[in-house]
Design a protein. Structure first.
Length: 71
């Protein structure tokens, strides 16, 4: 069971990294756009922070902004 959970976690992270890699002109992507993209993969705030090179607190703020912009 633990192996399956590990595989699913790695698979989720790999999918998110590939999505970021294949986005056109990633250097022009805002942090909010990066968070919005990563949210689709069900990553935790810490996982998103690790991928984007920021902190968990910053991700929480960005997620709040993204959810407000949907309204």
């Amino acid at each position: 069971m633990k192996d399956q959970e590990t595989f699913e976690s790695l698979s989720k992270k790999l999918s998110a990294l590939l999505a970021l890699y294949f986005v056109k002109e990633p250097e022009k992507m805002t942090s909010e756009q990066g968070v919005k993209l990563l949210m689709r993969f069900g990553l935790s705030n810490q996982e998103m922070a690790d991928i984007l090179g920021t902190t968990k607190g910053t991700i929480e703020v960005l997620k709040s902004r993204v959810s407000k912009s949907k309204k």
